[in-house]
Write a protein that binds this ligand. Structure first.
Ligand SMILES: [Zn+2]
Length: 219
């Protein structure tokens, strides 16, 4: 029997953590049955890079395409969850022994998953992909990279370089995953960003399902 799907998305709600300087999240009832309206309708106010989301090239590359134009199959299919012990950043040395191959979808499970999502305050010292590691990943021609906090790059360090290296190479980016419940190894990934015209990013729902390695019984 296949393993169950694990929801690795972060719940969007008013007051949740957001990137410093980006718009905060505010979700209110524009119409409300409790106030006598015939139905309840929420008003959503948020930046495009809040919670679990995907980045479009337009986020860091001038003239880059919007989230409505990115290839959707990049975020649907087999992927690999790689555990990172480095508590500062992901470096090429952390990656070499994983034998990352061309076309792979790589999700990095760092200390962020256990420590960053329990607070509404922004965690400045989260584990990010160093610019050198981003170049390593582009050299390997991976298809997609997913990280477990709000940016592939760091806070005031390698933010621009890491984003640009990945996006210019056509590598898809998922940010804001919570991989706490996922073990390192092979998974199936499904992640779909909202289709917002020309947007630099969009919130997404992301699921993974571990791929069982149990060999089939022989008859
Ligand atoms: Zn983003």
């Amino acid at each position: 029997m296949a393993s169950p799907w694990i929801d690795v998305s972060v719940t969007l709600r008013t007051g949740m953590v957001h990137w410093p300087g980006d718009p905060p999240v505010r979700i209110i009832h524009a119409k409300d049955m409790e106030r006598g309206d015939p139905c309840t309708v929420s008003l959503l106010e948020m930046g495009a890079h809040v919670g679990t989301h995907m980045d479009a090239p337009a986020h860091f590359v001038r003239g880059g395409c919007g989230i409505d134009k990115i290839p959707l199959d990049a975020a649907i299919g087999p992927a690999r969850v790689i555990a990172i012990r480095d508590q500062e950043s992901i470096k090429p040395d952390d990656l070499v022994h994983h034998r990352i191959r061309r076309g792979e979808r790589i999700l990095f499970k760092t200390h962020n998953s256990a420590r960053c999502w329990d607070t509404d305050s922004f965690v400045e010292h989260f584990v990010y992909i160093s610019a050198a590691a981003a170049r390593y990943l582009t050299d390997r021609q991976v298809r997609l990279v997913g990280v477990d906090y709000l940016s592939v790059g760091g806070f005031h360090v390698d933010e621009v370089d890491t984003h640009q290296a990945l996006l210019k190479a056509g590598i898809s980016i998922i940010e804001g995953l919570n991989l706490r419940r996922v073990r390192p190894g092979r998974v199936q990934l499904v992640c779909l960003p909202l289709k917002i015209a020309g947007a630099d990013g969009a919130p997404a729902r992301a699921l993974v399902r571990p791929i069982d390695r149990v060999s089939r019984k022989k008859h």
